[in-house]
Structure formats: structure tokens, C-alpha cells
Design a protein around this ligand. Structure first.
Ligand SMILES: [Zn+2]
Length: 170
């Protein structure tokens, strides 16, 4: 068990690392439902437990995923999405992105796009993509997203951030 604080609502959490599925990059805060990056578990955020400490339950997965396609600057990577706001960008110590892509593509911003994952009325999920004021903008199915434009992702859609191609799957 590892004790951390949620970076969003600051609730104390006890996380059983062994119960988290391998390969994930974040889990959902049981209180505020925001994604908490797994990387903070490896940081020095340990603290003394107190009365508002919450136990994190094992994760539910299967609400969409991103596949980063391999090229000369990037190896293939897969990231499950979570309910709430997922900011995606180039992995860096200076980034607050929940999904940090390991890449040498410097034209990818550290917090490049946002994907908002929300339940729909049929019990499924909808995925809303927008550009996060990135320096080099975001290509969605071959056209640039306008500032403030939000699109709903469909299975197999392609998103290009910097020179890197990401595929969305439901
Ligand atoms: Zn929280």
C-alpha cells in the first residue's frame, strides 16, 4: 500500500499498487473522479494517513484507448482512457499531462490535447477531443482543429500531434 494525495481534490488515498492493471498511466480518484497519474506513486508524496483517507478500488477499464503509432521518433505505446479529463502530451517532468507519451518528437507539446470522457445516456462513453492551445495545433482526421473546437471521437479515428500519429479505439 502506498499513501498519496490526489493532486486535484487533495483527498488522502491508499493505493494497492499490486491491484492496478499493468501498463496504465493513471487511475481515477474515488472522490473527485479526476485521473491521478501513476507517476505520482513513484514520487515522494507519501504522508501520514488521516481520517479522510480513502481506499482506492481496483480499476475499471475499457472506456477507450489511445495507440501511439511507432515512427523514427517514437515507439508504439498504448494508453487506456478514463472517465474525466485526460490531457495528453509529450512526457516530461515539467508536464501535468495525465497521459505522457515517451517520444523524441519535440513538435509535440507537453500538454497537447484534451480528451473528455463522459458517460452517455445509453450506458456507453463519449470521447470529446479538443486542442489544448498547443504550439503546433492538432490534426484530426486530416484537418486542423480550430481554437475551441470540440469533436466526438469515433473508433479508429486518427489524431496527429506534432509529427506523431495517435489512433483512438473504443
Ligand atoms: Zn481527487
Amino acid at each position: 500500500m502506498i499513501s498519496v494525495r490526489c493532486p486535484h481534490c487533495h483527498v488522502g488515498l491508499k493505493v494497492d499498487e499490486g491491484k492496478l492493471p499493468p501498463g496504465i498511466s493513471s487511475f481515477k480518484c474515488p472522490k473527485c473522479k479526476s485521473p491521478i497519474p501513476i507517476s505520482i506513486l513513484r514520487g515522494k508524496n507519501n504522508f501520514q494517513s488521516d481520517s479522510d483517507t480513502t481506499l482506492v478500488q481496483p480499476l475499471k477499464t475499457g472506456i477507450g484507448r489511445l495507440t501511439v503509432l511507432a515512427d523514427g521518433e517514437t515507439e508504439e505505446q498504448m494508453f487506456p482512457l478514463y472517465e474525466g479529463t485526460c490531457v495528453v502530451g509529450r512526457r516530461s517532468p515539467a508536464s501535468n499531462a495525465v497521459i505522457g507519451i515517451e517520444t523524441n518528437d519535440r513538435s509535440m507539446s507537453r500538454e497537447h490535447i484534451r480528451i473528455e470522457v463522459k458517460k452517455d445516456s445509453k450506458g456507453g462513453y463519449k470521447h470529446y477531443l479538443s486542442d489544448n492551445n498547443s504550439r503546433n495545433h492538432t490534426l484530426y482526421n486530416s484537418s486542423f482543429l480550430e481554437k475551441g473546437e470540440v469533436v466526438v471521437l469515433n473508433n479508429n479515428d486518427e489524431i496527429v500531434i506534432g509529427r506523431t500519429v495517435i489512433r483512438f479505439n473504443e
